[in-house]
Design a binder for this molecule. Sequence first.
Ligand SMILES: Cc1ncc(COP(=O)(O)O)c(C=O)c1O
Length: 447
Amino acid sequence: MAQVLWQQMRNWEEKQPISLHVPGHKNGTIGDTSFVQAQYDVTEITGFDDLHQPEAVLKESMAGVDRHPDYDAFYLVNGTTSGILAVIHAFQSLTGDVILARNVHKSVFNALDLGMQQAVILPTATDALTQQYVKPDGTAIQRLTGKLGVVTYPNYYGQTFDIAQTVRQFHAQNCPILVDEAHGAHFGLTGFPSSALHAGADFVVQSFHKTLPSLTMSSVLFIHKAAPRRDEVIRLLQTFQSSSPSYLLMASLEAANAFYASYESDYFFERRAKLIDVVLSSGLRVKEMDDPLKLLVYHPTLTGHQLQQCMEDEGIYVELADTQHVLWVLPLWHEGDTYPFEQLMTRIKAIHIPNDVMTELELQQQLYTEEGRYVPTQVERSRWISFEEACGKVLAQHLVLYPPGIPSMLKGEQVTSSMIELMGQWYHSNLRVEGLKEGKIKVKDDE
Ligand SMILES: Cc1ncc(COP(=O)(O)O)c(C=O)c1O
């Protein structure tokens, strides 16, 4: 029988790909992942521990993830997604709204849907450098009351904001806060931004796999020792996680934690400076992000997607492309790593930029930034109508602009005239928007 997945993996391997994307072990060249062998793929047998009720080696291992004395760490084998589901669902029986930044991950909406919890969506401004959402509006936080705040810090592109201030603003309203630090498991290392763990957030969840050398799907949820609904969150981790967690995943979290604890950044910053020199001398340009692990690389005559293709032609694989840039997630280089750094330099120099200047540059994308309300809606009946005629209707499907693939207008939101104006811009610029098809959107059928 054809093994199409394995075949695809072999085809990819044959291209000798160089990774500038997640996971953080960069095709096994960063950190130590030598323990990844099927013989160690055990789960709860004698001598091992129970992730649903850790009392032995798992308890000891998790206690070793001691980023901050106020927090306990919980291993997640179903990604940051499972931590987000557990935290949000734990607040389901309380009255009041959840308060969200507009750039939260789709798992947040799934959690709200599951418990039929309503949310206020904070106005969330975009940044001129990247056109991405960064910071939720502090003035709005100060006038709202809610049962749980959820923000994304940093954003996908590595942009940060004063998270300590945001946490203070929520706490001043007696509202606990979950910080989705999926892209910041390496935060706190010398030369990198500070983690929300130092800002007193109630819950912080990090995708170790994205930036540290652990296996895909391995994450950590940090719960403050004084966090409200703490026991309920811990109980719900059982609901949202497998009862047969692989020790490979959990051992990779332990290894990534040891990697973090002993990491010295000097070598990383030397390599990064050298890389940027080579990129610039090859005619490409760079935008540096708050997080030095992320770099936006671009060329004035190419769209991000075209540049991505030029890089892939040389076997350089990037995290994502947008209308203008490609996003690189750099390796946490260290003494003794096997990352093909010299090979990367050679391939960057070889990138061929087509001579004929592209005239059809895609327009800059614009996201919806205003305040809104999310009402989980069981849409039993819906219909497609022209977006121009949708004012006052309720969206039956999220509108997701790619990239970054974050729902920008939400199922359950009432369509406003400013939304229609923005949909018009997206539509006429031919941007890729999931949920907007041939000028039509799906709305709740209220007849
Ligand atoms: C901001 C954010 N939060 C959460 C997630 C989900 O993380 P995981 O893949 O670890 O489940 C992602 C994944 O891309 C993300 O970008």
